[in-house]
Design a protein around this ligand. Structure first.
Ligand SMILES: NC(=O)c1ccc[n+]([C@@H]2O[C@H](COP(=O)([O-])OP(=O)(O)OC[C@H]3O[C@@H](n4cnc5c(N)ncnc54)[C@H](OP(=O)(O)O)[C@@H]3O)[C@@H](O)[C@H]2O)c1
Length: 282
């Protein structure tokens, strides 16, 4: 049995940590807002990320690059006092930062896997996430049994950063689909046709997607509670845009999605679920 660490008990991290605890792994946890640790009484809370340095594997699921930097290398950070833990970043961070981070950890004798996920809060709760992994194949093989507590579709995509590239691709598809569903519902309404009936009809055909199923229902219900916060979705689109610009690529659908997501965040609605984008299209 391993002693596992988990940093970041947000919408995604908390149910993922619970699934690891349910699989009988001894678990130590840290969250910036300590009160969150009470939501997982089966785990042992620690005072600082550095207190997880004796764990075999430490999962991290925090908001963005800056948060990852803080919990790894900031004061009291996981890597601030050395150690040999395998660090597994399950959040969505930039491929460029991931590669730097892996290099920095390697110099300190630690390994990093980038292992972002898709499947949302429901997938995190059910342990059915898609997990896309970048990093050393031997390290991946060691962590695979733990990934199997969290997800069903687990793919070692390639070297360090490749998992985050796969996640950027995921966000390209998801963002375009989210806009498509919102526009289809808007179009139906303007035609005097019930979008709920349209959704029901589309679910059985080629337009089926998880986005149509889950986010489409959210749009119809006006349920904007996260879920996946708009400000995190905007962060993901910023990552895609930066990578695309670096390659001289123009991704038309992502430019449109990024514009709408920025409008949502700038209007102070960054903590709503990103499917709230349908209100702008309406
Ligand atoms: N929600 C989804 O459907 C979904 C799906 C796939 C991937 N993701 C990705 O998973 C990651 C987490 O998302 P989430 O939805 O769980 O977000 P969330 O509910 O907002 O939780 C964010 C977590 O990051 C911590 N955090 C933020 N800034 C920090 C800092 N500077 N230092 C230390 N900790 C910090 C938060 O701590 P506090 O509790 O103190 O705020 C919290 O534990 C993100 O990268 C997101 O893009 C989310």
């Amino acid at each position: 049995m391993h002693t596992i660490g988990f940093i970041g008990l947000g919408v995604m991290g908390l149910p993922m940590a619970r699934n690891l605890a349910r699989a009988d792994h001894a678990l130590k946890v840290w969250n910036r807002t300590p009160a969150r640790c009470a939501e997982i009484p089966e785990a042992t809370p620690v005072a600082r990320p550095a207190d997880l340095a004796d764990c075999t594997v430490v999962f991290v699921n925090v908001a963005d690059d800056a948060a990852l930097e803080a919990v790894l290398f900031g004061p009291g950070g996981l890597a601030s006092e050395g150690g040999s833990a395998i660090v597994v970043d399950m959040g969505t961070t930039s491929p460029a930062y991931t590669r730097d981070c892996a290099q920095h950890l390697r110099e300190l004798g630690m390994a990093l896997l980038d292992a972002p996920v898709s499947g949302g809060e429901a997938g995190a709760e059910a342990g059915t996430l898609s997990i896309m992994v970048g990093g050393d194949a031997e390290v991946y093989a060691k962590v695979l049994p733990l990934f199997e507590c969290l997800g069903r579709n687990i793919v070692h995509v390639g070297a360090s950063g490749a998992g985050q590239i796969a996640k950027a691709c995921n966000q390209i598809v998801v963002s375009a689909t989210l806009m498509g569903v919102a526009e289809a519902f808007h179009f139906a309404r303007r035609q005097g046709v019930d979008p709920a009936r349209v959704r029901a009809a589309l679910l059985g055909g080629s337009a089926y997607s998880k986005i149509l199923e889950i986010h489409g229902q959210r749009m119809l219900d006006g349920n904007d509670q996260p879920g996946f916060r708009a400000r995190l979705h905007k962060k993901d689109l910023d990552i895609v845009m930066a990578e695309a610009t670096g390659l001289g690529l123009s991704l038309e659908s992502i430019q449109a999605a990024a514009r709408l997501m920025s409008q949502l965040v700038d209007a102070g609605q960054g903590d709503l679920d990103s499917s709230a984008l349908h209100t702008l299209i309406k």
